[in-house]
Design a protein around this ligand. Sequence first.
Ligand code: PLP
Length: 461
Amino acid sequence: MNQMITNHLPTAELQALDAAHHFHPFTDRNALAKKGARVITSADGVWLKDSEGHKIIDGMAGLWCVNIGYGRKELARVAARQMEELPYYNTFFQTTHVPAIALAAKIAELAPAHMNQVFFASSGSEANDTNIRLVRRYWQVKGKPEKRTIIARWNGYHGSTMGGGSLGGMKPIHAHGGMIEGIHHIGQPDWWSEGGDMTPEEFGLLRARELETAIEELGVENVAAFIGEPIQGAGGVIVPPSTYWPEIQRICKKYGILLIADEVITGFGRTGNWFGSTTFDIKPDIITIAKGLSSGYQPVGGSILSDDVAEVVAEGGEFFHGYTYSGHPVACAVALENLHLMQEEHVVEHVANVAHPYLKARWDALRDHPMVGETKLVGLMGSLALTPNKEKRAKFAAEAGTVGYKVRERCFANDLIMRHVGDRIIISPPLVITTAEIDILVERAKKSLDEAYKIVKDEGL
Ligand code: PLP
């Protein structure tokens, strides 16, 4: 039966089968069943094709991951070759293989100088679960087993496993229950929504100092680490004020707690440097990686460890942790080829060149739109804050997210993928996007905003 389900089936039939048997992540199943999922059939560069023949510009690089763009045959060839030579072997119990060795060495070459070891996982969520184990183990080995609490931020996102979901500060995820103990959340540096009358710089300091207050309240003897995304991605591309990260860094140093930079989105070129930690001048003890590491062609992630973390954990003897697919040879071979291609084709330099000033100028010009307040862009990740009153940074009368959803729907109808997070609209296109494609993306975004604005007026939202 399964062999007969191909791209050639009519869309409605594919949608019906999908609704009958496929329980989607982060989706309201009943709403989807009524509407039918959009069926994506192929892709090339920054362009997706669906089963109805639409050519859609992917302003989100899938889920912020297809950094090198779709359709790279080199990656398919490497995967096929590796599957023939060694499709699987594990990295437990003192064994290894060339793809894992070579990828770990390449990541160490690209990472900040004090970080030279990689622990592999298959996703960002898994890598963050590893990080919880790592930092707690680190303090055990140092003779301070009570240092277990990890401080994270509300509206941060670190994945949706039990560990990742608990580190994240997404209230709807927490509301589904079963979060793990020992995670404490502080406020996020979202000046637009929460900064009141303060300047962004004052607000950045205020939110960073919540870390200091939390450490004092919890007792430094109980705190293991702080985790944050250099730029919150799933939270709405929240770019922190310039004062935020230096203050966080100062506090982590003062109290001697470990700093985990979750670079699942910002890693591998997204911000115009190999790592967002470089863009924001952060010196982390652990960096979480996934997504852009393989440009999404294979599920692979991991934790890059500072020499200190690696040495301390190693002093404790065997680290009782690992996944069957830690360092999977096919995933590692594909990720390595992806990084080679990015280097050969100067993709990270391309990001810096097309983002500033080309996309930035066009993105910021969207502030002329009556419904757009703040615009933010760092490298190739950006956001627009929608508002009925720019001066007051006001919220719409309709429930939060209603207007954002309307814009997203118009984008979808205009063959542009942009996501909404509440009433923020976000982009994160493949890093290989050209200036001509940026023009198309911005044109379609503007058209969608105009159409949504009309709906907002007509419906009094
Ligand atoms: N951390 C961050 C910052 C992310 O954005 C994500 C996913 O979007 C994750 C972790 C989880 O990664 P995964 O979905 O690969 O488990």
